[in-house]
Design a protein around this ligand. Sequence first.
Ligand SMILES: Cc1cc2nc3c(=O)[nH]c(=O)nc-3n(C[C@H](O)[C@H](O)[C@H](O)COP(=O)(O)OP(=O)(O)OC[C@H]3O[C@@H](n4cnc5c(N)ncnc54)[C@H](O)[C@@H]3O)c2cc1C
Length: 466
Amino acid sequence: MLDAAIRDELKALLGPRGWAEASEDNPALRDIHGLGLPALLLARPESTDQVAALMRFCAQHQIAVVPQGGNTNLCRMALPTEARPTVLLSLARMNRVLEINPEAATLTAEAGCILEVAQEAALAAGFILSPDWGARGTASLGGAVATNGGGLNVVRYGTTREQVRGMEVVLADGTVWDGMRSLVKDNSGYDLKQMFIGSEGTLGVITRLIFRLHPAEPESRTMMAALADLSGLMDFFGQARQIGGTHLSAFELMPGIGVEKALARYPDLRRPLEASSDWYVLVRFSGREAVEDLLGELFEAGFEAGLLTDAVLASSEAQARNLWEIREQMIPHQYFPGQVMLKWDVSLPIDHMAGFLAQAEDTVRSLAPQGLCYAVGHVGDGNLHFSCFLPAGTGEDTQHAVYETVDALIWRLGGSIVAEHGVGALFRDRVARQKSPVEYAMLQRLKAAFDPEGRLNPGKLLHPPT
Ligand SMILES: Cc1cc2nc3c(=O)[nH]c(=O)nc-3n(C[C@H](O)[C@H](O)[C@H](O)COP(=O)(O)OP(=O)(O)OC[C@H]3O[C@@H](n4cnc5c(N)ncnc54)[C@H](O)[C@@H]3O)c2cc1C
């Protein structure tokens, strides 16, 4: 009864276009891992003022709020996962690019703006908005910032964190923080915007953003190469960095099994290389002047050093697109139906990448002899999306043992089990085991300072203090 009255008040506050039922059949309540718990309502505000009014209402009625952008996250982050009265807050209607300032080289947009829309607006003005990954057509800018997304351009421009100049945030009590200052330098106190970058909707609702832009690089060439052996990966990366310098704009590792599965599943993809290999890399050089010769130099250097068995330089836009399309189909969920998937978003000191893969495979085999390892990664950033597929019916004990042992290996190597996808509900318990008590307590104190009642995206990122 209380719920019905509250829902009616909420609907009136949001207006007829500002809400939808958060029932099971609403796609907003489902993500890559399945259905979330029910919410009172799916709120679809159209302005910062409406978000603020909604947050004040929720504070007054002790309602939890789960912000949602494109719901493309991979870690169970943007759905209700705790059984308590919750509003699912979609930013989808706050989706405009507001300004491109060519002198300051910045783009200002509402947080629900789709990443690809903002990228295209920047490009039309002669600039690159650097955050970029496969979900660009659905992910929002707010989600990109709230997850501190990484993706394909990090080796060149850094993570999303390094692209954010300013932001506006609605706090848990409905107060609006105006941090829309586009300053390169501002040491006038703690850099508050950094708190919200990567906060996964647990500290506030981001409503507007200012991004820095980079000059467009009209010249871009891509090469796909078959590695002679995985142990040569970092040597080849070293060559790419040495020869390409600042022109190196992507360096991606793809597993042979993934390439074969993508080619079999998507008939529109064309096989790029004659030779087959256990491992391939995709390298892109970009710049304002032609980069073809430089990439050719890398091609030769790779063969001379015996690091490559085959390689192709895309000679047209269509060929390059084909190569990148193959890369974007490396997400393994689609290829091993029915099997038990264990996953890591591994971040490692960059010189440990190839060694980690060999050790992780040995570890998995020793605990689960039929386990199949799968890795795809942004090598230039020390980031591997590592998965392990176990036969259907593999017991929880074995799964737990594999997780524990591989997590321990990553920590031993000075790495993190969460590189760019974030924590959400999926990694929360494992991350809690990774952090020292001192670090975890600092994170909990920070959360309590912004959200003392624990109403913002409960169940994600952190355990509440005990
Ligand atoms: C095919 C595919 C490829 C991907 N590739 C990469 C990759 O290469 N690199 C990478 O880093 N990630 C990648 N991702 C995952 C990536 O995290 C998400 O695509 C994106 O960053 C999330 O944006 P979103 O708008 O979908 O956010 P959502 O999924 O809706 O939300 C993500 C989190 O942000 C919070 N949030 C959303 N909007 C706001 C807001 N306005 N204010 C406060 N909190 C908010 C949510 O509460 C949630 O915790 C990929 C995903 C897919 C499906």
